[in-house]
Write a new protein. Sequence first.
Length: 269
Amino acid sequence: MTQTWTGGTFGERGQCVLAPNPDIMTLDGTNTWVLREPGARRSVVIDPGPPEESHLAAIEEIAGEIGTVLLTHHHLDHSEAAKEWAARWGCGVRALDPAYRLGEEGLRDGDVVEVDGLEVRIVGTPGHTADSLSFWLPAEHAILTGDTVLGRGTTVVAHPDGRLGAYLDSLDRLHALAEAREVTTIWPGHGPVIEDALAALDYYIAHRGQRLDQVRAALAQLEAEPHPEGIAAEELPRKVVEIVYTDVDPVLWGAAELSVRAQLDYLRG
């Protein structure tokens, strides 16, 4: 039985406020993270989520004065309320994509965000989307992964914006941090905290390899079957989904098809 995830306090610097937007894609809802150095005046809010007043109130109760808002990526369940709420809080929104910023400051790989002694290092992890970032907290040996690594299940590579080659490279980069023990826990954008980062990343990398093998086998199977009229290019991804994703609820086949399109694009080289 899956344990209900409700957020909470993690380490000395992290608190997760669960947004009231659960569904088949967001799991229990979007994790809004509030980070603050112990004893500091200001906090950092990551992925404010949807424009729900009850969620805003829950964030404000924990966050107090907010120094800045950071976005892991542009998907609305993470970013929709960011500009409106940051304006109310009197701070900026920093993101990789300029369209989602409030103020002049962006984010890019290698940046370091410091607020009242809190240090957040920016790690570029494209793949789920082109603008996906992860936020590394060295003091906690934790990394906030947005949708790049989820607390439950696996993520969608959202083709055409998402690219599988970039995603595999991002998993390798996160794995290197975990292997070096720079990161031991994962604070994801959806689902519960992962206490064993290295094991989770081992699984994610193995899972992607297995899926690629399954897609190759499905393509061979479809090629061997008689198709008098041929298979239209637009029909191929769904046919692959029907072969490969039999272990996935058909409600999720639309999302699976996005991943298959990314896999086919990757295999074409």
